[in-house]
Design a protein around this ligand. Sequence first.
Ligand code: SAM
Ligand code: SF4
Length: 359
Amino acid sequence: MGQLKPLISLGTQILKHKITRKRAPIFLCIFLTNKCNLRCKYCFVIDETIPKEILNAEYTKEEIIEIIDEFYEMGTRLIFLLGGEPLVHGDIDAIVDHIVGKGIYLQILTNGILIEKKLETIKKAHAICVSLDGREDVNDAMRGKNVYRRAVKGIRIAKEAGVPTRVHAVISRHNLENPEELLSICKKLDVPLTIAPSCHLGKTTDPAFMISREEYQEFWEKYLALAKDSEGIGSIISNSAQAIRKCRDWPIDYHRYITTDEVFDDYEPAFCPPTVTYTGLSATGKMFVCMNLGIDKGPDVRKLGVRQAWKMLPEYRPNCVSCASINYIEVSMLLSLNPGIILSGLKLHFRKLLSGLKK
Ligand SMILES: C[S@@+](CC[C@H](N)C(=O)[O-])C[C@H]1O[C@@H](n2cnc3c(N)ncnc32)[C@H](O)[C@@H]1O
Ligand code: SF4
């Protein structure tokens, strides 16, 4: 029940924002390091046009602790630690201790390779999210040889240690047509699953991500039907049905966003929280609007400090209203205390309890 207190503190902070309407970075994604022990095909870490110093960028323990303290004072109550691979950071244990010690809800996003080695650290986080894109050959085509086996081992170890664990998959041509397969794997592992298409907003040239709006529509329709099958493999889906519908009904090209001057008769865009209640920090010290717009564009917290960077952040948001990213649609729902998303969150933490109540 150690999860309950930070979740209540997070809920209180969201309510406070709902009443005051004041901007506050309640949810913060930290790219702790750009270093990684893998080379996944869709990830920025393999981009050869990125200079070496950026690919090796990371925060020192002292730096990030000071930054987190400032964010906390400004209202941050939910942190996702990612990167790169957060578990390769030499001071990950002290950083986790600091975040959790402040009563901030912490989720670590990991490729799973170092779970066994860093188990004592992982046990202190409120939850972890392990990447897995499909069956062994599908996953390893995107994420590298033997990665499936090692990630699954990590998931089993984390679960056995009682760490609330979910799986996250990136949608590509390799797994688009067979979501059932991924669901069966997660069902066997007994872990909830979230999925999201790759985020490039039109910049990718990899054919594995050249997926049309119609293909995505078909995919979301199928995924929605599976999500409704709450007794079968669909019970493992942790994306909300409401968010899946928003993605299925997306009215324009998948890699474009809706602008402030666009109105659609049959599509109501979800309110998108970046710059209002959400932000991220790249490993190079940039405060960014959202991952889809690029993580290295934004005010520099090292130069300006957290408060000034947060003040300036809206200047970096283009005229976007919403995009087709299920991640951000769900963040939006979470930060407006949507009951469907709250239930998914509770399921991750109180799975055994909730399934016991169902029986
Ligand atoms: C950037 S990784 C960092 C954490 C950790 N290294 C991992 O792989 O889980 C966080 C998540 O983003 C996903 N990801 C990486 N590149 C992506 C892209 N271009 N579009 C969408 N998701 C991506 C990864 O598969 C992973 O689930
Ligand atoms: S493990 Fe994560 S950070 Fe590393 S290359 Fe893969 S997606 Fe990127």
